[in-house]
Design a binder for this molecule. Sequence first.
Ligand SMILES: *Cc1c(COP(=O)(O)O)cnc(C)c1O
Length: 442
Amino acid sequence: MEPNKQSDWVARSLRNVWHPCTQMQHHETVPLIPVSHGRGAWLYDHEGKRYLDAISSWWVNLFGHANPRINAALKEQLDLLEHAMLAGFTHEPVIRLSEQLAALTGDVLGHCFYASDGASAVEIALKMSFHSWRNRGHGDKQEFVCLKGSYHGETIGALAVTDVALFKDAYGPLLRASQTVMSPDARQAVDGETAQDVARRAAADVERLFQQRGDKIAAIIIEPLVQCATGMAMHDPLYLTLVRELCDRHQVHLILDEIAVGCGRTGTFFACEQAGIWPDFLCLSKGISGGYLPLSLVMTRDDIYQAFYSADVTRGFLHSHSYTGNPLACRAALATLQIFQDDHVLAHNRARAERLTQALAPLANHERVRHFRQRGMIWAFDAIRAPADFSRRFFATALEHELLMRPIGPTVYMMPPYILSDEEIDGLAASTLAVFNQVMAA
Ligand SMILES: *Cc1c(COP(=O)(O)O)cnc(C)c1O
């Protein structure tokens, strides 16, 4: 007989499942929650307890769990075509998705290359940048630049342009060196500086590096508007405008990693729209499939595409991945884009954001809170004099209040799905305050 008690699932998971981003020994004290099903913004365990998914299951879920419209699209697609290879073959879902995404960039980024996870999209953008320079006779442009505190994924290539010691240090000897420039994180403002002043200071750091060795640099990679994994570090859009100009002037590609901040998360469909610029490469993943299936892609310009277009096979971009453009994942993405259109999601999110920001006022003004910040559907604040183990304690205490939240160090953040009702918004704010007070009193 299959055991189906909560504790049995926990024991079996800990025996055979190696969980991500986890020191497994911590599960001797930190709870592991077996999820039996999800509905809307809620996840349910095997004992009927529920948890509001305030971080969209690691930032992927946009329209709730078991969304009826995405479910219907997937069920239809299942009976048509689950997968076919994308070399030599093509299919309707990948064609429609590429057309619709290209149209969202005004056809500036008209060529879409697919993979399954975010880190792979980053690797593809790095490879394409280097290879396109090489095809154009600039094979000595081999270096990449990233920001302090940047996070772009955890495969060897993506880790090389990631600057989070916790994830990177152990693998240092395996990684290719990259250049790191100042983050435009507005929290660094000193002596009456504005966020724009910090942006200018950070852009000047890029300019110095480009002047020194721009001829060796293939690309700079930036997570626009919010550096999420490092602790929701937010910056002024001016930074992106300035870096775009520097890239043009010094012949350096601009890669924007919109894996977390894309798909409406910062208030516009693409974060870079707020700076009025387009990159040379744009990476998307996470929310693009509505949080249903692994899907990522790199969008690029026609001049990059043309650098590979040739009778010579080796000048082509030969990167291959078995599940490239998987029809089920693309169909989930199409259903997701349809919801954006049908429900006027970006407009409704503005109202949701206003309500949650207001409801969070007691935290924004809390004496143990600083740098309360918000952009689009991302909220964050930093705990002052946080107790040891703040993040794990907060996670465990939040569960007792029916909340799924995982602070990053002393930074508490919310990235909820785009479906919260007024009641859920008010409940989220009230519970977060209660959890925060409880943890800070420890
Ligand atoms: C999550 C994330 C990645 C990596 O995506 P995976 O699918 O986890 O490989 C890369 N960049 C950013 C900004 C991310 O948030």
